[in-house]
Unconditional design. Sequence first.
Length: 128
Amino acid sequence: MSDERFERGKKMMQEVTGGSADAVMESLADISPELARQTVSWGFGEIYSRPELAPRDRQLVTLGMLTALGAEPQLEVHVNAALNVGLTPKQIVEVFLHSAGYCGFPRALNATFVAKKVFAERGLLPVE
């Protein structure tokens, strides 16, 4: 089952983030290869692969939680993922505006600046 989960996770990770599991594995190979494997196997092979929420809906939840946590490096990956699964820049900005009331303005501003960076890299500014 473990190899099946890992393969399913690799496929889902590619679909959602546009990145490869190999890159995740490489980035953690010298410090925590097991964390990399669990990110792919459990995070994407088990959780993201569940049919109860569409990838778009999972990204809405993920953006909100990462904003609350102040996890800007992961937020950058997931802003890209949100665009990959069909959210518009305007919808992503709305998530961060909405989060200001729950997470505070500093976290909402930080998340918005992460989105601005991603949008600029993808030629999506200005947001209209």
